[in-house]
Design a protein around this ligand. Structure first.
Ligand code: TYD
Ligand code: MG
Length: 460
């Protein structure tokens, strides 16, 4: 094979340039361009003879991959039942959100269950990790701890650990390989060190957990490269002002994505929250206008949250719209629909919308609950405190069906709600809704039904 001229390839977006540059023109990434040898001419690319593959059919005896459940149910669920031997999991999240705490707790659990667990910290000293372990009452858990960033040392140590079931690398951005010139955290280093660790995990059969910090724009540093390399990507999210944390699966080769685990950050580390709805509704007060309970879904999990709306008169200047935990664009749309289709004019009011508890909602199914909160605020009449709301609102004011109505209703009933306001079922062969009997269903077809019920609107 003849070697052709060198070419330069961005390791982030794969753009090819004829010369090296500090910044990729295609994606704007810094220090991501690396020289790669290119094959010249079509003939040069011909490969040496390889081994013949045996193609097989789709059916066959596929043994489920061996898993190690950590015993932290909220974590195991998001993983799809536990850590898969030989697989790599990336745990991403903002600095300080609790990634190290979660993995130390999971590692300690597995260690106590008799598995060999190794925790390599590139960010904190042994003393710092020990301090955390003491704080979490985990100091006696059997696990191998090391503070290291040199991948050569780490790889050599892992080769000598045939029993290892889980290896935690905290974090991948601190790992460093001396064969690559760039600094730890650069695309080249992150990619090369992760590749080597993943190769080792596959060869040795241990589960690998990589911690990855998220950059300001929400990407795991080492642009996207990491997400493609690992088998599962989990994000740990939360609001620093609130104690709860959500673990969200966004990719999983061994389980469903879109699962969530809910935790609470306490003095003793992360505690599992088996009943998130109860947590989010804990501080709700009945009999206040501008509040409605949304029966939402996070992944496959129903979660009830309180939507709060506040209106304040602003006859003069441009009215303010402030949203926390929901999309500003959707609020604007709902206000327009309420105005144009239901005659509810809020143009002279500031509108504040808040999802209580600090949860972020992205479902359109929240439309109806938001509308109920807005209408309740405008009429200054509380919604029925025993009622939940869900349904998508269309531009003509129609209430549209949303997924998994039954799961939402079941959760509402479980938490003691007496009724639900939801989209009217259309005739077109919809199968009957298997709703809990104790729950009164209040089906509406148009947003104006909601407005009429709320009574006369203040200021109108
Ligand atoms: P940490 O796991 O270090 O975050 P990350 O690895 O994602 O950067 O968590 C740090 C925060 O968690 C820190 O601000 C203190 C808080 N914390 C608690 O509230 N309780 C605890 O028991 C622990 C260990 C940490
Ligand atoms: Mg950390």
């Amino acid at each position: 094979m003849t070697r052709g001229a060198a070419r330069f390839v961005c390791q982030s977006c794969a753009a090819v340039t004829p010369k090296w540059a500090g910044r990729c023109e295609a994606c704007g990434g810094w220090n991501s361009i690396v020289e790669e040898a290119a094959a010249a001419g079509p003939g040069a690319a011909r490969l040496a003879a390889g081994r013949k593959l045996a193609f097989v059919g789709l059916a066959g005896a596929a043994a489920p991959p061996p898993r190690a459940a950590t015993g932290i149910a909220e974590f195991d669920r998001v993983l799809g039942g536990g850590l898969v031997a030989g697989s790599a999991v990336l745990l991403g999240g903002d600095p300080g959100i609790g990634k190290s705490t979660l993995l130390l707790q999971a590692a300690a659990r597995l260690g106590r269950a008799g598995r060999r667990v190794l925790y390599v910290s590139g960010e904190e000293s042994i003393e710092q990790v020990r301090l955390r372990a003491r704080r979490l009452n985990l100091a006696d858990a059997p696990l191998g701890l090391a503070a290291a960033i040199n991948l050569r040392d780490i790889a050599a140590s892992l080769e000598a650990e045939p029993e290892a079931a889980l290896v935690v690398i905290d974090s991948i951005q601190t790992m460093w390989m001396d064969s690559i010139e760039s600094a730890p955290g650069s695309v080249g280093q992150v990619r090369a060190t992760a590749f080597e660790l993943i190769r080792l995990a596959k060869a040795r059969g241990f589960a690998l957990a990589l911690v990855g910090h998220v950059t300001k724009d929400g990407a795991i540093a080492g642009p996207r490269v990491l997400e493609h390399m690992v088998d599962a990507v989990l994000y740990f999210e939360g609001d620093r002002g609130h104690q709860f944390r959500i673990l969200r699966g966004v990719k999983n080769r061994f389980g469903a994505t879109d699962e969530i685990g809910v935790f609470e950050m306490t003095d003793l580390g992360l505690a599992e929250v088996a009943n998130p709805s109860a947590l989010f509704l804990a501080e709700r007060r009945g009999n206040v206008s501008g509040s409605a309970v949304f029966a939402g879904l996070e992944g496959s999990r129903p979660v009830l949250v309180e939507v709060q709306a506040l209106l304040s008169a602003n006859p003069g200047g441009a009215p303010r719209r402030s949203v926390i935990g929901w999309e500003a664009g959707r609020l604007a749309m709902l206000l327009a629909v309420l105005d144009a289709r239901c005659g509810l004019r809020l143009g002279a009011s500031d509108v504040y919308l808040n999802i209580a508890g600090g949860l972020r909602i992205s479902e359109p199914a929240a439309d109806l609950a938001v509308a109920a909160a807005l209408v309740s605020a405008a009429a200054d009449r509380p919604t029925d405190p025993g009622r939940v709301y869900f349904g998508e609102v269309g531009l003509s004011g129609e209430i549209r069906q949303v997924a998994q109505a039954e799961a939402r209703l079941k959760e509402a009933q479980k938490l003691g709600f007496a009724s639900a306001c939801l989209p009217r079922r259309v005739a077109r062969g919809n199968r009957p809704l298997a709703a809990p009997e104790a729950l009164a269903l209040h089906e509406i077809g148009h947003l104006s039904d909601l407005v009429t019920q709320a009574g006369p609107v203040r200021g109108g």
